[in-house]
Design a binder for this molecule. Structure first.
Ligand code: BES
Ligand code: MN
Ligand code: MN
Length: 457
């Protein structure tokens, strides 16, 4: 192992240059104008997999962006880990708030700034380098490895479930390894054992055929912007409790033990509030911030447009009002069930003065893994070796839809081996990767494969 670790130490500078070329490709899956970049990024990922010594590397086509596949399967008798990550990134807007351009990676104060630095190219690249270190130094891996890196995670992994079903045999594994989450803090390594699920909707309200003069017609027809506001206020009460009937029916309550464990985590509410720039924190009455984000479902408005928003004033009654809304879910809420409850409720609370259109978008199931799972324990040991401290156990408020698919279709548990940080600005301007965390992560990953091998199949 010393030789493998030495390899990492001597190649640090090269890693940085390579990662910069990966990050310079603007693989924004949400925007059609980046279609060519998506393919270029998939090709780069495949070339990199070949360079580090993986075999059978190829792009596998889907109705959307290709999945990049590669493997190394010569560790007879050892467990097989399926690695999953994504090469697509979020859009960069608002672009004006970036200190350096999002696709011109730049290092400042030990952090690498670029869109995708943390979510998820940096973390995918971490495994590339750990696999490379093993393969170049010893000619082998302690485990069998299969890698799939997809290009549609940030748009809901729409084609991935079919892909997994179609390639069930080829993807057979003993566990899944995913590095696409965060840690509690710098110097507070942690391991993620739960994710929230998601259901996402667009609500369109139409009042009239076209915008109207608000003097000539104001008072005679409903204003869809106002109706939309009224509809949205029906979704949650002032105590942060979601009012959709049946919404909480399947929520698994936080156990007293889990609540105690959350309390023991080094979480500083004052600092959190300050870093977010929030005048006050707000959430469901009766729960702490960590409980609200990790263990309770929410209803959020993600976007809202209607009427005149330009400079100056325009006296108009808008014809249309639109909102994007979503709900984060926890075990054992089911996205399909919640979607039906939501649809019925929106219909009920929307007055007949407007025409309502409800469109369901992407989503995913919530997920949790047992801490007693031996692979989870193995991951804990690897983090301790890479970061010099025993990890704490944490949940996450975000979603990775494919995790439950792996469980259901392949029958395998997932390890969420993430190294992001709370100030990593994922999805936001000035996304960054802490290089110290990255290098520790490469070392931890090198150990992870060994620890997985020790567990066996
Ligand atoms: N890497 C994130 C998931 C994540 C976010 C995990 C925060 C832990 C903390 C992933 O790329 C992501 O953004 N997922 C989306 C899913 C959606 C597009 C279906 C999310 O959570 O909004
Ligand atoms: Mn991600
Ligand atoms: Mn993301």
């Amino acid at each position: 192992m010393d030789a493998v670790i030495d390899f990492i130490q001597t190649h640090r500078d090269r890693y940085l240059e390579e990662l910069k070329t990966f990050l310079a490709i603007p693989s924004v899956s949400a925007l059609p104008e980046h279609a060519a970049d998506m393919r270029r990024c998939a090709e780069w990922t495949a070339d990199e997999m070949r360079r580090i010594g993986l075999e059978n590397v190829r792009l596998i086509e889907t109705p959307g962006n290709p999945v990049v596949y590669g493997d190394w399967l010569h560790a007879a008798g050892a467990p097989t880990a399926l690695f999953y990550g994504h090469y697509d990134v979020q859009p960069v807007d608002p672009i004006g708030l970036w200190t350096s351009p999002p696709f011109e990676p730049a290092v400042r104060d030990g952090e690498l700034y670029a869109r995708g630095a943390e979510d998820d190219k940096g973390q995918v690249f971490m495994h590339f380098k750990a696999l490379e270190a093993h393969l170049k130094q010893t000619g082998r891996l302690p485990i069998n490895a299969k890698l799939i890196v997809e290009g549609e995670e940030e748009v809901g992994s729409v084609h991935l479930d079919d892909f997994i079903r179609q390639h069930r045999q080829e993807l057979a594994a003993d566990l899944v390894v995913i590095s696409d989450t965060g840690m509690i803090d710098r110097n507070v390594p942690s391991l993620c054992y739960g994710l929230r699920g998601l259901v996402y909707f667009q609500i369109d309200l139409r009042g009239t055929k076209s915008d109207l003069h608000s003097g000539s017609f104001g008072g005679a027809v409903a204003n869809p912007a106002f109706v939309l506001a009224q509809v949205l206020t029906q979704m949650k009460d002032r105590g942060g409790h979601v009012k959709i009937p049946g919404f909480y029916d399947d929520v698994r309550p936080l156990t007293e033990q889990e609540r105690q464990e959350f309390k023991r985590l080094p979480f500083n509410e004052t600092r959190y509030k300050k870093e977010l720039g929030a005048p006050r924190l707000h959430g469901e009455t009766g729960y702490s911030t960590l409980e609200r984000v990790w263990g309770r479902p929410t209803f959020e408005v993600n976007g809202l447009v209607s009427g005149f928003t330009g400079e100056g004033a325009k006296t108009v009654i808008p014809a249309l009002a639109m909102a994007k809304v979503s709900m984060r879910l926890v075990p054992n809420q089911d996205p399909d069930t919640i979607a039906s409850l939501f649809e019925a409720y929106v219909k009920k609370v929307t007055p007949k003065t407007v025409a309502l259109k409800v469109t369901r978008m992407h989503g995913g199931k919530p997920w949790m893994v047992e801490l007693t799972n031996p692979y989870v324990q193995a991951a804990g040991t690897a983090i301790e070796k890479g970061f010099g401290k025993r990890p704490l156990f944490a949940r996450e408020g975000g979603s990775i839809p494919v995790v439950s698919t792996f469980q259901e279709e392949l029958g395998v548990p997932s390890l969420l081996f993430g190294i992001g940080l709370p100030d990593g600005n994922a999805h936001a301007p000035n996304e960054k990767l802490d290089l110290g965390n990255f290098y520790n992560g490469v070392i931890a990953s090198v150990y992870l494969y060994e620890e997985i091998a020790k567990v066996g199949r």
